[in-house]
Design a protein around this ligand. Sequence first.
Ligand code: ATP
Ligand code: MG
Length: 444
Amino acid sequence: MLLSKSFIPILKNNPSEAKIKSHQLMLRVGMIKQASAGIYSWLPLGFKVMKKIEAIVRQEQNKIGAQEILMPTIQSSEIWKESGRYDDYGEEMLRIKDRQNREMLYGPTNEEQVTEIFRSSFKSYKSLPQLLYHIQWKFRDEIRPRFGIMRGREFYMKDAYSFDVTDEEAFYSYNKFFLSYLRTFKRLSLTAIPMAADTGPIGGNLSHEFIILADTGESKIFTDKRIFDLTSEGTNLEKSSLEEMRKKYEQFYSVTDEKFNKDEFEKMVLEENRLITKGIEVGHIFYFGDKYSKAMDTAVDLPGGKKDFVKMGSYGIGVSRLVGAIIEAKYDDKNEIMKWPLSVAPYDIALIPMINKNDNSALEKANNINSVLIKNNIEAIIDDTDENYSSKIKKMNLIGAPYQIVIGKKSEGDLLEFKEADGETQNLSLDKIIKLITKQKAPN
Ligand code: ATP
Ligand code: MG
């Protein structure tokens, strides 16, 4: 892609209305454009990143056997009246009337809708478990939308729902999502820590929030910092393996402020291991048993002939929020260098030809390199403007391709002036560069 033809409206300075670095960068490089309070259009750069995050989320859902569906954004109030939440949800719900004067709403979440789908299709324990998910826009009329897409009113969420016959089976489903969340965030090169959480308006008994550390986060957290050293490596989808994994995480104190208890914290965590800080909630999982299935009369036949309400859980990931969360975690705002993790980078590499008026050879060379890169599935952005070196580097640092090749005096012959966005320059052949990037790109 040629920079001169791309829709990346870069601003000279940080927009003054943005208070945190992700919001600043996203406006600065034109990843998003505000449409109205808490509602954004996604421009090419931002949309590319979000779609790559979405694809990783989807792959990891599929890996645990969840099946993708797509439910509508607009829902009927009827099912929400059945569950009792039409009144409970309050002002965050955007309520709409259609031309027949029927009460509709823009979905803030989908427990009711998915339960309605389930109950009309599944009658027997034999079809269970069912793990269903979709990736769809949500609307919550947040009282204070802020920080750009971090707390929007309209936002993009992956929400999954599990249906099981017994508590034990339901915990098994819960643990599968627990693992898939750890894997998903790892692939986004984020360290997300599961924290025991309150269940809030979704209701229920067991819940974890997945939080990444950031000073600008809105969640206050209290942890035993040894939890940061744990990994999900070696865990497989067997019941016992998953149980062990969750126990491993739960042995360390790790809660958000709603669940914080000072005495417990001080008793359970040695002083040197205590970490009190802030974080961003990027995912949240709940187990709530038959809360909705009972209210919505959703039961299946059991082996002995009896019937029972299905046991449900729900599992959310803030796909659009993650774009901001990754920036909060990775952007060096002092030096104005964004280095996207290769797994979600809008471009894998920036080609920076040093063009002067009567000599087009650097641009030609860049185009030639680009055709080789395309053949190797490496996506480049080429700065074909005739600006000077430092302003080109500045722009590319903001756009955030993790690698850069400068094509100027130093890139003579076969050796190219190559560097990671925040690293030292090395002289490497194109072949070596391709190998290096391809290796990094392989899913772990
Ligand atoms: P928060 O505590 O941040 O308001 P929540 O607990 O109300 O979030 P959930 O119902 O758990 O949100 O939604 C699942 C995920 O969707 C959250 O973990 C978060 O990543 C994302 N999310 C929730 N609300 C918003 C929002 N207003 N803007 C962007 N993402 C959001
Ligand atoms: Mg939550």
